[in-house]
Structures are given as structure tokens and as C-alpha cells.
Write a protein that binds this ligand. Sequence first.
Ligand SMILES: [Zn+2]
Ligand SMILES: [Zn+2]
Length: 268
Amino acid sequence: MIDYHIHTARCHHATGTPQEYIAEARLKGLTEIGFADHFPLDLLNIIPSSPVSMSAEELTAYLEEIRELAEKNKDITIRLGLEVDYIPGRTEETADSFLSLPVDYLIGSLHFLGSWDFTHPAEKSTYLEKDLHELYENYFADMGKLCRSGLFDIVGHIDVIKKFGFLPQIHLDQLWLKTAKELKENDLCLEINTAGLRAPVKEMYPAPGFLQYCFQENVPVAVGSDAHSPQEVGYKIDDAIALLRKVGYREVATFIGRKRQMISLEGG
Ligand SMILES: [Zn+2]
Ligand SMILES: [Zn+2]
């Protein structure tokens, strides 16, 4: 079992040391994990209202610490990743800051629309001011730009705009299918992320119907819990795998040095 989306206390909104996450992964019988802590927002010229990433000064220590832990804990495969925020234009302009790093994979995620951190509980009330149909159109327009940027290996929590349960009264099929095609055309890996089950929406990212389109378009998939505390490592990964199998997936993606390697779901 694999979990490719694990944070640490370095990002200021998670708890626990990397060692604690590894211990929990071992306890739960995971065979491969990947740390993907939040890349410094200051290096992307984004200044959030409260700190939600590691700082630029911590980046080298993070990379070194995870590499060292991977060396010391050979009983479990430990990969080194980063979750990088995507803001159209801004992330492209500052891309040298993360493209030059020796990581196994980069997750590209949307958390901001303009200066609004729409994933932050403290900024939840802003949804009430929005036309939800327009909001979803805007969100998926930015997602298209993220896909076409060519900067990332995996797209994180692809429909996280639904996190707080603000859902428009329209069918999302067209947006889902268009996005699935963008993933495929840009050789990107989708992430099935179980954090949505812990959020008010109570549904994985992506929605089952969205996942179906991704399978139909032959988009590879990686698996992640988006753990922000050690006990969340491996959270409902079994359910995610079961859903993948049900939809038709027979393998999942892993990464080494930004190269994708598919591993079989059969028998495991
Ligand atoms: Zn986070
Ligand atoms: Zn995220």
C-alpha cells in the first residue's frame, strides 16, 4: 500500500515529525510513502494571510532530512516530493525555484484563486459571496492552465473546490471530461486523495464520476491521504484502492527522480 501525499509540521498547519509519520506508516503496513510538504510560498511570491507552507530557509533542511530518513529506514520505501501551489503566471515565473530541486515528484495543486485561500477554513465564508457555477468554471479554468504548464508530475486533490460542500446546481460532467483530457494530453498523473472524506464534503478527490472519466481517458493515478498529522497516514487508502479497482484501474503510479513507474494493484 502506498501513500504519496504526506505533510509535516514544517508547513505550519500540520503536526508531527517525519519520523512519527514513518512510524505510523510502518504500523499500518504501508510499503511506500512519499513526503510532499508545501513548497515555500515566498519563493512563488505569494504572501498568505497566515503561514501555510515551510519557509524558504527550511527548504534545504526538509530535502536533506527526508533523504536521510529514506537512507535510514530501508524497510519502507520513502520518496521525496513537494506540493507546489499553482497560480497562473506566478508559478511559471518562479518555476526555477522548484524545477532545479532533486525530488522524486512534484504535486501541483490549487489552493488560491487570486489572494483567496479557498481551502482554508478561516476563509470559508467567502464562498457565500460567490456564484458557484462561475466559481467552478474559474477553478477548472485555472486547473487547465496548471495542466498545460508542464511543471508537475501529479495534480493534487483535483476537485478540492468542493471541500466545504459548496456545490453548484449544474452537472459537472463537461468540466470533468475536459479536465481528464487535459491530464492525458499533458501526460499528468491524477491523484486520488482521501482528505475529502475528512472534509465537510465527505467525498474523495476526485468525485467517483470524475474518476471514471479519468480512467476512460487512460490517465494514470497516484494515491495519497494528504496527512496533516501522523495518525492520518494511510487514511482510508484501502477504500481509495477499492474505488480504483471498481472503476477499472489495475495499476498505480510511483515516482523516482521525476520518472513515473506503474505498479500493479493485482494481488496487493
Ligand atoms: Zn496542507
Ligand atoms: Zn493541498
